[in-house]
Structures are given as structure tokens and as C-alpha cells.
Design a protein around this ligand. Structure first.
Ligand SMILES: Nc1nc2c(ncn2[C@@H]2O[C@H](COP(=O)(O)OP(=O)(O)OP(=O)(O)O)[C@@H](O)[C@H]2O)c(=O)[nH]1
Length: 366
């Protein structure tokens, strides 16, 4: 009998959708599976890899520095995957988190290429969605005046969805049934070939609905992941008004399909307007001041994502911003030698951000 191929789940989703949070919960909830995780980030320093390692689980984490995993100029992807294959006796499943600006199709194509196809099989591609932002029209139906940043955001978002098997509606704490059904309609309109829509309360998914789905194995027509929405984890979990529409694994009725090499296009070159850079400070930061400063910058500059660490009097401050929604949390046991914030945006001006950050925090940044 030939050696079984290792299943691979690809997790995609726009900047800040909750991919890393979802992954860290998956790691915690899948202790019985030996997971290898490839984290692909757009930015100089891996913040996500550090956060996942903090979980202290047995999962092995590999950082892939090229923000566009498996694209033509990514020299790390194939060697990393082949090294995992060499160690296949200790790996049950591989999870790949693409950066928020990459399309998953590049990874999907490489998995089907002659080098990797004998070793790995695509299990499923999940697209994680920031549901409140989707409902606000942030990905293509701007409520107000369209800005220059809206079109590239909408384009990437749609292409990520178009390549996915499963859309995970995330950040739904606080949304009612009506909002969830509106989000489902929006997703189905944007990506009619989506096969499952799942709900993640606080970025938590039932592992049965996430891993081992065999969606790309032609012989397998049985769905092994039943479990109605009402039985999925989450304190605020309630069944939806219309269970027929959104039952945790609703699908279009398609059989297993493979993503042919030419069927899904991806950008081989990144739109150069998307840029990321790091801004650092040696000074201790005040949590509230830094949080408000980042929120003010996100409102006035074309910045969509900020993340990083800073030293503060009470320990290590973690900053996570998606647009102007900023979370500042303190790890009393953590240390940070200096403040390091990664900014990601569309045609952002580093000098202007630097100047404004200095003004707003009253500390020196470089
Ligand atoms: N309220 C709420 N916040 C969430 C949820 N999931 C993630 N977040 C927050 O959203 C922010 C971004 O989460 P990440 O998991 O880092 O998002 P990501 O998709 O990995 O981000 P990038 O890799 O930068 O594209 C963090 O502040 C999370 O705490 C959720 O279900 N509910």
C-alpha cells in the first residue's frame, strides 16, 4: 500500500479577519492531532508566529517570510513542505495560513503540482471573514463615498473567497440572526461556488467542521462532518432562524472537485500599492495613549492593519488593530525590549505616520 498523503488545510482571509486567532483555537482544540503550521505574514517580523508559539502547544510552527506564500518568487515554500514530508511519521495534518494580502490559489496550485501532489492532498480551503466589516460594506459595497483604497480591498477579498471551499463567518459575537443571514447572502452573491458557510463564535470552530473534510478527494462523496450550528461551541450560540439556509455545513450540492491549474488565477505580482513597514520606539508606552494614537492613525491614513508589541509599565503590551478598531492587551509576564509596530496599508506614507505617532504618543519613534 502506498504511503498516505498528508492532508493540508489552507486558511485564507483578508487582513485582520481572525486567521491567527482561529488557528490558535484550533491548535488548542486539536491536541489529538499532530499539526504542522505554516504562517505566512506580510511584514518584516512575524507577530503571528510569536502569538501562536505563545500557545505553548505541541504544534510546530514555521514562519514563511515571503508575504505571498507559494507565489513565483517564494523560495521557501517547497523546501519547507518537502521537509515536512520527510518527517511524515510525526505529522497528521498541515495548516497553512496565508497572509491577508495573498491569494490561496498559489498554494493550491503548488499542492497539485508534480513535486507536492504525491505527498500532500488539499483537504479544504477556508476563507475567514470579518463579518461586521462585510456587513458595513468594507469589502465592496461602501456605504459612503468610495476611497482609493476600496477597490483594491474589494478585489482581493473577492478573489480570496472565489478560491475557498468554506467561508467562516467570524467576529459574530454581537450579531443577530438577521445580520447572519444578510452576511450569508452577501457571501453567496460574491462567491456562488462556496460549498459551506460556517459560523465561528470568538474565532472558534468545531474541529470536525474544519479538519479532515476530504473535499478534494474525488472518491469521497460522504460528508463526515455533520454537526448543526446549534451544537457548535460558543456561549452565545443559538440556532439560526432559518436553519435550512445556514445549517453549519450548508453547501451547493457540488461533488468533490479539484481546483485545476488554470481555473483559478492569482496575482503573481503583488499590487505595489500594498505596503508594510515597521515603526520602532525604545521608550515605554502608555497603553491607552498608544491605543488611541493607533486608532486616530487608522482613521486618517490609508492603514488597514497594525500589530505589534510595546513595553509598558505593567508588562508587554500587545496592539492589534483592524482598521480603527484597536485592541490593547497587557501580558504582565511578558517583556519587550522595544516597541515594534507593523503597519499595513495601501500607499501609506511612513514619514507622515512616524511624525503623527510621535505627536500623538509624545514619545520618539523611528
Ligand atoms: N470580537 C472578536 N474579535 C476577534 C475575533 N477573532 C479575532 N478577533 C480579533 O481580530 C484581530 C485580528 O485577529 P487575527 O487573528 O490576528 O487576524 P488575522 O486574520 O490573522 O490577521 P493578519 O494575519 O494580519 O491578516 C485581533 O484583535 C483579534 O483579537 C472574534 O471572533 N471576535
Amino acid at each position: 500500500m502506498s504511503t498516505p498523503r498528508i492532508p493540508v488545510t489552507v486558511i485564507t482571509g483578508f487582513l485582520g479577519a481572525g486567521k491567527t486567532t482561529l488557528l490558535s483555537n484550533l491548535i488548542r482544540d486539536s491536541k489529538q492531532r499532530r499539526l504542522a503550521i505554516l504562517v505566512n505574514e506580510f511584514g518584516e517580523v512575524s507577530i503571528d508566529g510569536a502569538l501562536l508559539r505563545n500557545e505553548g502547544s505541541g504544534a510546530e510552527i514555521h514562519d514563511l517570510a515571503n508575504g505571498l506564500v507559494a507565489y513565483d518568487d517564494d523560495a521557501d515554500f517547497l523546501p519547507t513542505m518537502l521537509a515536512l514530508w520527510q518527517r511524515r511519521s510525526v505529522i497528521d495534518h498541515v495548516l497553512i495560513e496565508t497572509s491577508g494580502l495573498a491569494l490561496p490559489s498559489a498554494v493550491m496550485e503548488q499542492l497539485q503540482g508534480e513535486v507536492l501532489a504525491p505527498c500532500f492532498v488539499l483537504d479544504a480551503t477556508l476563507a475567514v471573514v470579518d463579518t461586521p466589516l462585510l456587513l458595513d460594506g468594507a469589502f465592496g459595497q461602501p456605504a459612503g463615498e468610495a476611497r482609493s483604497i476600496d477597490a483594491p480591498v474589494a478585489e482581493l477579498f473577492e478573489l480570496q473567497l472565489a478560491n475557498a471551499d468554506i467561508v467562516v463567518l467570524n467576529k459574530i459575537d454581537g450579531l443577530d440572526d438577521e445580520a447572519l443571514l444578510a452576511a450569508e447572502s452577501r457571501v453567496r452573491a460574491l462567491a456562488p461556488s462556496i460549498r459551506f458557510i460556517e459560523l465561528a463564535h470568538e474565532a472558534r470552530l468545531d474541529t470536525r467542521l474544519t479538519l479532515g473534510l476530504h473535499l478534494h478527494e474525488p472518491a469521497n462523496s460522504a460528508h463526515r462532518h455533520y454537526g448543526p450550528v446549534a451544537s457548535m461551541p460558543g456561549l452565545t450560540m443559538r440556532p439560526l432562524a432559518n436553519q435550512g439556509l445556514l445549517d453549519g455545513h450548508s453547501h451547493s450540492g457540488l461533488g468533490a472537485h479539484s481546483h485545476g491549474l488554470a481555473t483559478h488565477k492569482h496575482f503573481h505580482e503583488q499590487d505595489p500599492g500594498w505596503q508594510s513597514f515597521m515603526i520602532r520606539s525604545k521608550e515605554q508606552q502608555h497603553p491607552d495613549t498608544l491605543r488611541d494614537a493607533v486608532a486616530a492613525l487608522a482613521r486618517s491614513e490609508p492603514i488597514l492593519r497594525v500589530k505589534g508589541f510595546a513595553p509598558c509599565a505593567a508588562g508587554r503590551l500587545l496592539i492589534q488593530a483592524v482598521r480603527s478598531r484597536v485592541e490593547a492587551s497587557i501580558d504582565p509576564a511578558g517583556t519587550a525590549r522595544q516597541a515594534q509596530l507593523v503597519f499595513i496599508g495601501y500607499h501609506p506614507s511612513r514619514p507622515r505616520l512616524l511624525e503623527r505617532l510621535q505627536q500623538l504618543t509624545g514619545t520618539a519613534w523611528h
